[in-house]
Design a protein around this ligand. Sequence first.
Ligand SMILES: [Zn+2]
Length: 181
Amino acid sequence: MGRTEQGIERRRGQDLTRYYAKKAADPDLLRKKWAKTRASETPEQRAKRLAYVRAWQDRHPDYQKEWGKAHPGYFAARERAKRAADPEGARLRARNWRLKSKYGITGDEYDAMAAAQAGVCAICGRAETMRIKGTLCILAVDHDAETGRVRGLLCVNCNMLIGGARHDPAILREAIAYLER
Ligand SMILES: [Zn+2]
């Protein structure tokens, strides 16, 4: 018996025979029920639920790891299904996670910067053309490695240009003088 089922039994003092029969016929029963609840909750209810989940996870730090070990492939399969159901949403979530973890900015902050630059590179003023596996890359986030400050968004070429010059204006000035010789 899972912890939720124990809770249900404790709260209501019900005979759960019928519930267990239904659950045996459909192992995803609870998951579907939760999905329905999630779809109809208000932002406040969502925040409250997530806070409760986080507090529970803090009290049981190894639970998910152990559960994952006992159910190999479960999380990977779930991720695949989520991606297949909504590839665009999955791409956005992955992008937002990368932006947050690498540069500390949210997806919305990135979008605002891109809009302020009219979607083009802050140096050459051109749109990104680089593609990886057919997908157009987004403009790269150029940041000061020492302070972490985000300077702006650059195309792949300009990002490599200033990276190759070690972000040193003196080298870039020498390069200009050299080109104009
Ligand atoms: Zn550029």
